[in-house]
Ligand binder design. Structure first.
Ligand SMILES: CC(C)(COP(=O)(O)OP(=O)(O)OC[C@H]1O[C@@H](n2cnc3c(N)ncnc32)[C@H](O)[C@@H]1OP(=O)(O)O)[C@@H](O)C(=O)NCCC(=O)NCCS
Length: 338
């Protein structure tokens, strides 16, 4: 049975069953990824940026006993933002190839269409069943990034400490657990607006104005995701010359996510990229003792950033693709008029 589902009011048993399905999916498709935990999972699924909406459905097995809610076999949600619906679908490995994935996509697609959105985007992990699935539904590949993973147990910390100080004269590095302090938000947003040389996927838009940046930090915190920031400040002008952001999610605190890394145009060529990332790793080592890996996503054309990441010890892991489809075409394909 498939039904619309609201994580805010869902029972704890449903949240726990969804977590079990998510972990079964990870074990089948991405066995090297750490399993997720229940910590803040409800908030992770429920909280969104102001102006955005996430709508979810779940597929539940028939209950075996009267008190049993029925295991969650699949889930779909769509995040409505800007002019696009961003889709995520999960089907338990034991329930695959029965048409459930297609059914879940149809539920979401119909709603996205009714809400007047034109296209649907989705992140698809390379070398998993999702590639064949979305291609069979008519989605086309827009963009490919590489996910790389750094194993902190293999890091040479002395070398990293050297990298963190290997920066041109006139810059100072500062570490901010929790995000930039309020008096730095304007300068921080300016640096982000100036350069969009990001480490991040296009389906996770960056925040370029101060208000949106505040909202985005607030949303991260509400979703149980803790941001850490290292800034390079140009001492003479006080400008934010570079910044790097890492987020440690309560749901998988042993593996952190690298978000944006930006070096402003005028401040390139002074070793800022490498130094801020190295400093970040050194700080995380004491701030997050559970952490053992960091993952990052890079455009394959971004050679400069890939080179720095390789020096830090990141190893390429998977292709991470963005696919999209025209909503009307998708609905027509899945639910042809009779
Ligand atoms: C992708 C996914 C949703 C597909 O679910 P599903 O219920 O098995 O899909 P369906 O049964 O509706 O399949 C519909 C069509 O998609 C295509 N398809 C599905 N799985 C496929 C595969 N492994 N290889 C090739 N094509 C596939 C087929 O054309 C299939 O039709 P058919 O079975 O009649 O041949 C499921 O594999 C899944 O949950 N994957 C994980 C997705 C994810 O987000 N992971 C993130 C962490 S890895």
């Amino acid at each position: 049975m498939v039904r619309e589902w609201d994580p805010r009011t869902a029972s704890s048993a449903e949240i726990a069953s969804l977590l079990a399905t998510l972990n079964a999916v990870l074990a089948a498709d991405l066995p090297q990824d750490p399993p997720w935990r229940e910590a803040s999972l409800r908030e992770y699924l429920a909280e969104v940026m102001p102006g955005e909406r996430r709508i979810s459905w779940i597929a539940q097995a028939e209950p075996t006993d009267p008190g049993d809610p029925g295991a969650v076999l699949g889930q779909v949600h769509v995040l409505l933002l800007g002019d696009i619906g961003v889709l995520e679908v999960l089907v338990h490995p034991s329930a695959r190839r029965t048409g459930l994935g297609r059914d879940l996509v149809l539920r979401a697609a119909r709603r996205v269409y009714q809400e007047g959105f034109r296209s649907i985007g989705v992140e698809v992990v390379g070398d998993t069943p999702a590639v064949g699935f979305y291609e069979s539904l008519g989605f086309t590949r827009e963009y490919v990034e590489t996910r790389s993973v750094l194993d902190l147990t293999a890091v040479d910390w002395a070398e990293l400490a050297e990298m963190a100080t290997g920066i041109g004269a006139g810059y100072q590095l500062e570490f901010f657990p929790g995000g930039p302090p309020d008096d730095l938000i304007e300068a921080y947003a300016r640096a982000k607006a100036e350069v969009r040389d990001v480490d991040d996927g296009e389906l996770r838009p960056s925040s370029y104005d101060p208000e949106r940046l505040r909202d985005s930090l607030d949303t991260l915190h509400r979703r149980g995701m803790k941001p850490y920031i290292v800034l390079a400040r140009h001492e003479q002008s006080g400008e934010v010359a570079g910044l790097t952001e890492v987020v440690v999610p309560a749901q998988h605190p042993t593996r952190a996510d690298q978000y944006d890394t930006i070096v402003a145009q005028d401040h390139r060529g002074y070793g800022i990229d490498r130094a801020i990332k190295a400093r970040m790793l050194l700080e995380l080592r004491s701030a997050e003792p559970e952490l053992i890996e960091v993952q990052t996503w890079n455009a394959q054309a971004n050679e400069a950033m890939l080179k720095v990441n390789a020096e830090l010890g990141y190893r390429p892991d998977r292709d991470w693709c963005e696919y999209s489809v025209d909503v009307a075409e998708l609905v027509h394909r899945l639910d042809p008029p009779r």
